[in-house]
Design a protein around this ligand. Sequence first.
Ligand SMILES: Cc1cc2nc3c(=O)[nH]c(=O)nc-3n(C[C@H](O)[C@H](O)[C@H](O)COP(=O)(O)O)c2cc1C
Length: 316
Amino acid sequence: MGANESSEIDPNKRERSIPTLELAKKSASELCFARMSIRSYDESKSIDSTAMDAIQMFLKDPIKMTFPKEGSKAQRIELLCKDEAVKGKLGTYGIISGAKYFLVGITESEASSLEMGFVFERLVLLCTSLGLGTCWIGGTFNKSQFKANLTLNEHEQIFAVSPVGYPLDKEKLIGRAFASGHNKRKPFNQICFKGLNYDENNGFESPESVGPIGIALEAARWSPSAINSQPWRLFVQPNKDDSSKSSVHFFIVGPSDHYQINDCGIALSNFTYVTESFGDDKRGEIRILTGEDVPAIQGDPEKTKKLIYCASWVEL
Ligand SMILES: Cc1cc2nc3c(=O)[nH]c(=O)nc-3n(C[C@H](O)[C@H](O)[C@H](O)COP(=O)(O)O)c2cc1C
């Protein structure tokens, strides 16, 4: 290293490796950090029976398929395999190569974007732990080709898909080009704020400075998002009845569309995936606050007016 080069690690960059079975041994937060979008797959490999059983068990489990809030319905996600009676191509406009399997997220209305984001991301994390690659695809796939292989009711539409399978050793150039900047995230202090004050000087400097849930916020920061836009802003507030406990309020920076709300569901999924791994030490529940209970974010009105509330995690 030259005299002027810094040995400091940039906390906003992560060089990640393609998933392997080694990830099954990792902690919840390490798994969230290791996940990356994979666009080149080994066409010669079928998903092995252990991994396939785990995916099928997830898809059949009504608890895993449902956003953890009273009144939520199970999401619909189908697994399509190109070797089995698939009509024509399952096209992704050349973005994905070699994929034999696709997970397909189907929604009845845009109102369930947050819930689909949450559940689909849990499946993505399961696949990552099984050494399988995934890549959320919101726009660059041929909807009619996928539709031709599914039975949808008149209200249902395909929301997003993801290839799933064993990654090629090297991501091909096309994948890299599309994914430029994917190893970077906005700084922690621009994403996670103290209390309800959305001021650029009011961000937490690091996960460590938040306390035990800091690592879960860091997992949320490393979530995937459409065009890596990272629309989420997270506000950490002490609970009114017990200030030793906290709540995290999840907002997005608008203008909102259903993919940004979906992105917020993904971040909430990663966050709670880590808090759940704390067990009884940090129990919490997801609440969607309404009316006067929606946290009133303070700060420059030009900035706060763009914030849209999505959900809260409340420590119990
Ligand atoms: C809802 C959603 C839609 C996405 N759509 C596409 C897509 O159409 N094409 C693509 O190549 N990547 C797509 N991505 C992947 C993002 O580009 C990727 O998550 C982001 O760049 C961060 O990189 P990482 O996933 O490797 O951490 C999408 C991601 C999400 C969450």
